[in-house]
Design a binder for this molecule. Structure first.
Ligand code: URA
Length: 233
């Protein structure tokens, strides 16, 4: 395995950044500093260290889907001491989340200890679809839907286009399905803010072909092999 893939899989950084770390002389293999980006690693035998600290690969890989409830942060440790999604998972592995959901957003999040997989799936180049269910008060005009579909302009920035459709109307609320490919900060909330709509519920229901399905809030389940494969593209 190439050294940058080794570092990425171990959760040090994405491969490109790992190359920079290697080139800057911070990585050693079997006690010797290496700066050759083509260095190959025998992951069963070689000892790799970054800044003198041993880095190793997980013994086995874990890929999970979790139903994140509202009121949980998506970071490893929240600077405000709030509960995080990692408090919901009772496993010894050091897990990474693939992308994030806002504190007040609920729904599907994928967790893994395979850093390289996490980096590749989260990379904008992967262009994986993310589908959200959005609930707003009142209704929405066709002209407002058109604005969302074409990409709203907010603070001088045009957000990417989105697939948006109304999926239900109930007791004064409108439910919409919103499909985006990116994971920009507060992307869906900013879209609706731009047309003056206040989101009452934001829930991610799908990432690529992986669906939230019947998972209850706070529950998690291993991904099926075909789901893992589909995410890798
Ligand atoms: N868009 C948002 O605004 N928030 C999320 O948590 C996810 C997508």
């Amino acid at each position: 395995m190439r050294l940058n893939k080794f570092l990425s899989t171990a959760g040090v950084s994405a491969r490109r950044k790992a190359d920079e770390i290697i080139a800057s002389g911070r990585v050693s293999v079997n006690g010797k500093v290496v700066t050759n980006l083509g260095t190959q690693i025998n992951e069963k035998k070689d000892e790799v260290a970054v800044d003198g600290k041993r880095v190793s690969l997980p013994l086995s890989f874990v890929y999970l889907k979790l139903h994140k409830p509202k009121g949980y942060a998506s970071t490893n440790s929240d600077e405000r001491g709030r509960k995080t999604i990692f408090d919901l998972v009772d496993l010894p592995e050091r897990l990474f989340s693939i992308g994030r959901l806002d504190y007040d957003t609920e729904g599907l999040i994928i967790l893994t200890n395979d850093g390289d997989f996490a980096n590749r799936v989260a990379h904008p180049k992967s262009e994986i679809e993310k589908e959200y269910i959005v609930k707003i008060e009142g209704d929405i005009k066709e002209s407002e839907l058109a604005v969302l579909r074409n990409g709203v302009v907010i603070d001088g920035e045009r957000l990417p286009k989105a697939r948006v459709k109304v999926v239900g109307l109930q007791s004064g609320m409108t439910r919409l399905s919103v499909v985006i490919h990116e994971g920009l900060n507060h992307q869906v909330r900013r879209m609706f803010e731009a047309i003056g709509k206040n989101i009452k519920l934001l829930k991610r229901v799908r990432i690529g072909t992986v669906k939230l399905g019947g998972l209850k809030r706070g529950e998690y389940r291993p991904l099926k092999p075909y789901e893992i494969e589909a995410l890798q593209g």
